[in-house]
Design a protein around this ligand. Structure first.
Ligand code: BMA
Length: 319
């Protein structure tokens, strides 16, 4: 497996740089779609597989499976994922969006924002991205951005999430919960909140976890989105934080400046303007390829070095 990669442009002074032919997946990539964005990919067999958020032309939000040999060219199913019953009777979903995927022990786990009397966190597992088994919702509504850690920590599954409301939530901090069995969730702990506007404005309205946290020698690298409320509405940027390996609710560092903000046309214009929304990352040694949704319309990629991100976060820590 080789993750998608482009080397850092010579004149680039940023920590992250964009793929030169973004977006890698555009809105009409499958016959039924109005938009494809906020999607998650993982290494699978000799290549990659993913779960993609595809809103159809009735603007029904759903998740679709996809496959790729290089991480750039994707074959996405035109039909949404059909769930089978997992560790409970099948739960009806009014809608499904913003998936995340990770491998834990013996299978791939998918979490997403599941419409169950409002947004909640849905969970399913798959071995092959063909059959999916839906489990209990993790939390009561309203909640979004449920992101699993990629391994059990002290015997428990651990998930980040962002309690919210039933609308375009104007607040939101990141919490963490534990489960012994992927069915019952508890030990809810605060991880990180919004920042004072004058200190770090881009993350002063709400924040939410993005890709699956990445284990490093310095702690869990948590890439997240932060939102500022402006005269033109919300603006979504990308940041990073580091938390303790053993007690992941213990935040060690978090970046005051953003790592990537919506500044390219395809991030500033689309169905929702000014959104970069990271949902997945592929890692190979020190290299990282981050998949993010752009303007709620398309899927984009940016690259960086994990060591440089960590250095940046430590150097620019919000106290
Ligand atoms: C959030 C979710 C995301 C979306 C973002 C920006 O509430 O709906 O899927 O990318 O808003 O519109």
């Amino acid at each position: 497996m080789n993750i998608p990669w482009q080397s850092k442009p010579r004149n680039c002074t940023e920590v992250l740089w964009r793929h030169t032919s973004n977006p890698i997946i555009s809105r009409y990539h499958i016959p039924s779609s109005n938009s494809i964005f906020n999607s998650a990919v993982v290494p699978f067999n000799d290549g990659f597989a993913g779960v993609f958020r595809c809103d159809d032309r009735s603007i029904r939000m759903n998740i679709h499976a996809g496959f790729s040999s290089d991480g750039l060219n994707w074959k996405i199913e035109d039909q949404p994922i059909q769930m089978k019953a997992g560790n409970t009777d099948l739960i009806h979903s009014d809608y499904r969006y913003d998936p995340r995927v990770t491998w834990i022990e013996d299978r791939y786990w998918v979490t997403w924002c599941n419409g169950y009397h409002g947004p909640s966190i849905g969970i399913a597992y798959t071995y092959d991205f063909k059959e999916f088994f839906q489990c209990e919702n993790a939390f009561l509504p309203f909640n979004r951005n449920g992101v699993l850690f990629p391994e059990k920590i002290n015997g428990n599954y651990v998930m980040l999430s962002r309690p919210s409301d039933n609308g375009h939530t104007p607040f939101g901090d990141i919490f963490l919960s534990r489960s012994p069995d992927m069915k019952y969730w508890g030990e809810h702990r605060f991880v990180m909140g919004v920042t004072p506007f004058q200190e770090s404005g881009w993350q002063s309205t709400k924040i939410g976890a993005g890709p699956i946290p990445i284990k490093t020698d310095d702690g869990w690298l948590i890439i997240y989105h932060g939102v500022i409320n402006t005269c033109n509405g919300f603006r979504y940027s990308m940041g990073a934080a580091i938390s303790d390996l053993d007690q992941p609710e213990k935040l060690l560092y978090r970046s005051r400046p953003y790592l990537l903000a919506p500044t390219e046309l395809y991030e500033m214009t689309g169905d929702v303007q000014n959104v970069v929304f990271p949902c997945a990352a592929l890692v190979e040694g020190d290299k990282i390829a981050i998949y993010y949704g752009a303007a709620d319309t398309s899927v984009c990629l940016c690259y960086g070095y994990i060591s440089e991100i960590i250095q940046f976060v430590k150097k620019n820590n919000v106290e």
